[in-house]
Design a protein around this ligand. Sequence first.
Ligand code: NAD
Length: 410
Amino acid sequence: MTTHASNPLGIIGAGTMGAGIAQAAASAGWFVRLFDIEQPLLDKATDRISKRFDRMVEKERTTKEHADKCRSRITTTTSMEDLAGCDLIIEAIIEDFDIKVEVIKQISKLATDSVIATNTSSLSVSDLGSASGCADRFVGMHFFNPAPIMPLVEVIKGDQSSESAVQRAMLIAEAWGKTVVQVADTPGFIVNRVARPYYLESWRIVEDRYATVDGIDETMQKLGEFKMGPFMLTDLIGQDVNVATTRSVWDRLGKPSRLAPSEMQESLIPKGHLGKKTGCGAYGHDDRNNVVPAIVIKVRDLELSTRLTDVINTVCLEATCTSGSMLEKYIFCRVLVGIINEAMWAVKDGVASSEDIDTAMKLGTNYPRGPFEWAEQIGMDNVQELLLSLNETVSDDRFTSPPFDAVTAK
Ligand code: NAD
C-alpha cells in the first residue's frame, strides 16, 4: 500500500461526505488534512470516523493496529493555509454555488499547483471552475454516501478541465480502490439522472391510483430484484432531498415531461413529511423501525390494451425469473423501461458510454443490473414496442425515446 506523506489529500468540509472521503483515503494509505470552519465540527467528524473504525475492528474487518494507523493519518485544521501543499483538494461543503465559489477561489490562491475537485451533486462543474478562476485544474469527483463503502466515483470533466487534472483525479480515486466512470458535465451526471424514473414513474403509478406505495415497493423488489423499493428508498434519502434533486435535474435539462416532478411527492414537503428523519413520508416510521403506508389511496382497476398486455408479457419473460400478476408486471415494466429510456437519453446527450452507465447504476445505486444489460436481455425491439405502447396511454409523450440507432445497446 502506498502512502503519500509528502503530498497529502486536502478536504474542505468535514460533514457527511468530507468525513467519509477522509476515511476512504486514510484507509487506502493516504495522509489527509481535513478542514472545516470550526473546531467542534472537526471534532465531531473525527469522532464519527473513529467510531466507524472501532466498529470495523469489532466486526473483525480490520485489526486495531491498522485502524489506529488509518486514524492517525487524518489531521484536522481550521486554517485553510494548511492545505496548501496538498496534491489533490476535494471541496465537500454545502451545496451553494456562491459559497462554493468563494471557498474554491480562496483555496486556489493558496494551493497554486493542486488539482481541485468538487463533490457537488447538482451544480455545474464548468460554471464552478470558471467562476473560481481555476477551471483548468478543476474537476468534479462525485462520491456516494457512505463514501468509505460505496465503490463508485463519477469523475466529471468541466469545459476547461485539463486532461491531466482529470487523469490525476481518476488515478487517485482508483488508488483508493474505487471504480471510476468519466462523465460529461451534465445535470445529475449519470446516477442522479438515470435513477429519476425509478422514483418518478413509481409516484405517477400511485397518482394514477393503480397501486399503493407498499404494493409498488414489493413489486420492484420481487420482480426487479431491487434491494429497496422506490418509496422506502425516498423515505431514507429524504423526500425533500429527492425532490430537490429531481427539480434541479429537470430544470437544468430544459424540463422534459419524462422527468417532471411528481405533485403527490412534492405535496409531502410543506407538511414536513420528509421520510424516516421526520417519522413520516411515504410511510409512517416508528422508533422500532416499524413502517405503515402513510399514503392511502383507493386503488382502481388497471385496463390495458391488447398491444400493451402482449408486450408486457414478452418483456417480463425475458427480464425476470419471478412470476407476478398483470398489475405487478405492468408496474415493473413501466418503471424499468423509464430507467432504460433515461439511460438511452443520457447516451444520446453524450453523458457517458452505455458500459459506464451500467457500471455506475450498479455501483452507485446497487441496481441488480445496468439499464443496457436489461435492454439487451429484453431485446431492443421489445423495449421499443413497450415504450411505444406505454406512450399511447399518456398525454405528455414522456415515453418518447431518442432514435434507437443513436443509442444501440453495446
Ligand atoms: P454536510 O452539511 O454534512 O457538510 C458540509 C460541511 O461543510 C459542514 O461541516 C460545514 O461546516 C462545512 N462548511 C460549510 N460552509 C463552509 C465553508 N464556507 N468553508 C468550509 N466548510 C464549510 O454536507 P454533505 O452532505 O457532506 O454534502 C457536501 C457536498 O457533497 C455537497 O456539495 C453535496 O451536494 C455533496 N454530496 C452529498 C451527498 C450526500 O448523500 N450527503 C452525496 C454526494 C454528494
